[in-house]
Design a binder for this molecule. Structure first.
Ligand SMILES: *Cc1c(COP(=O)(O)O)cnc(C)c1O
Length: 377
């Protein structure tokens, strides 16, 4: 594609994702000062377009954290969980577990409601866990990237709110590929990042915060510096970041969000992701011996997971990865810890098909055609 000392292959993993050539080129635009008037020329449209993609309620605020999705997730627990309170993590897999671990590492009292991989948490299970743990904050994964499961965030947030808790949501791998549902769920902080369904390089964690979250943070001590949502709000009001941002990513993000909102269109983008889910699901369903892993009705529009036939191993999937690399694709042989756990339990491993960001149905078809030839039957 271009002069590089490195291999060029198209990423069908679950992040980082494929970046369009136009977006790559914007990374070479001139740098600018982040406290200068030039900054707002990029970041005011960026804040406006993020609001449009999120369909953000008027009274919510947007924060750009320097870091990635987990930076925003860490800020949520640092800013919203007080030292004498419990945060309950609803975990459907590796990323729900990660958020629970982040809370523990920050010294928070953190409980976990774990559901079987491939399934989503039910309202009844959350009600029971809330009655047992009495959390002040409930953390929910919108799209569990390790299992390909999307949860009913609005229904789970309703349970949290009915019991007086704040709800925080990890939408890292779905934002930009499906509606955020923030207005419907009323969640208090929605966390995401640039390098998944927005089709950009990594570099910003993105947080959308409710008035209740801003009020709550004022009663939480030791919110840290980079993880304090209140400290970010003054800068965000001026379309700035707390400290020096990656200005190349700022240029790229300006271009990409404008493309999403005014060229592709938000509804068309969401429809494209839904169509790619159908395409990937149909591919797996037609593969003899293979099966779909995620619960029907909760299959992700950004990542599809498939169970391999009996006798096939995680090692075979890693070999398939190398065969796909030789064809110019980066294939995802499954989340390592999940596959190790599945195999240890005598169960069959899974692989993942990332179809997020700016991957098109035509690109996905090329990838699936190659994968169909490479996968053992
Ligand atoms: C990738 C991912 C994360 C971690 O985000 P980073 O941007 O890598 O920090 C968290 N949650 C989910 C669901 C993810 O897919």
């Amino acid at each position: 594609m271009s002069d590089t000392p490195f291999a060029t292959h198209t990423l069908f993993i679950t992040g980082p994702t494929y970046v369009r050539p136009e977006v790559r080129a914007a990374g070479a635009w001139p740098e600018f000062g982040h406290r200068d008037s030039e900054n707002a020329k990029r970041f005011e449209p960026i804040f406006t377009d993020l609001r449009a993609i999120a369909e953000l309620p008027e009274d919510y605020k947007t924060i750009l954290f320097l870091g990635s999705g987990s930076t925003a997730m860490e800020a949520a627990v640092r800013s919203l969980v007080a030292s004498d309170e419990t945060v309950l993590h609803v975990s459907m897999g590796a990323f729900g577990d990660l958020w629970h671990k982040i809370s523990l590492e920050n010294g928070k009292k953190a409980a976990k409601l774990a559901v079987e991989p491939g399934r989503t948490a039910t309202v009844a299970a959350l009600e029971a866990a809330m009655d047992a743990h009495r959390p002040a904050v409930v953390a929910i994964t919108h799209n569990e990237t390790s299992t390909g499961v999307t949860s009913d965030v609005a229904a789970l947030c309703r349970v949290a709110k009915a019991r007086g808790a704040l709800a925080i949501v990890d939408g890292v791998s779905i934002f930009g590929g499906a509606p955020s549902g923030i207005a419907a769920s009323g969640c208090d902080m929605y966390c995401t990042a640039t390098q998944k369904s927005l089709g950009l390089n990594a570099g910003f964690g993105i947080g959308f915060v409710s008035p209740a979250a801003i009020d709550k943070a004022g009663h939480v001590t030791a919110r840290g510096h980079a993880t304090d949502i209140l400290a970010h709000l003054g800068r965000a009001a001026k379309f700035q970041t707390q400290s020096t941002p990656n200005v190349a990513l700022g240029n790229q993000m300006w271009l990409q969000l404008n493309y999403i909102v005014r060229q592709e269109g938000i509804a068309a983008r969401f429809a494209r992701h839904a169509a790619m889910r159908e395409q990937a699901v149909a591919f797996v369903a037609a593969l003899p011996g293979y099966g779909l892993f995620a619960e029907q009705g909760h299959r992700s529009p950004t990542v599809t997971t498939a169970v391999v036939p009996a006798g096939m191993t995680f090692a075979d999937l890693r070999a398939a990865k190398e065969a796909m690399r030789a064809r110019g694709y980066l294939f995802d042989p499954g989340y390592a810890k999940l596959n190790e756990d599945l195999e240890a339990a005598g169960r069959r491993p899974i692989f993942r098909i990332g179809h997020m960001g700016d991957i098109t149905p035509a690109m996905l078809k090329g990838f699936l055609d190659a994968l169909g030839e490479v996968l053992p039957r």
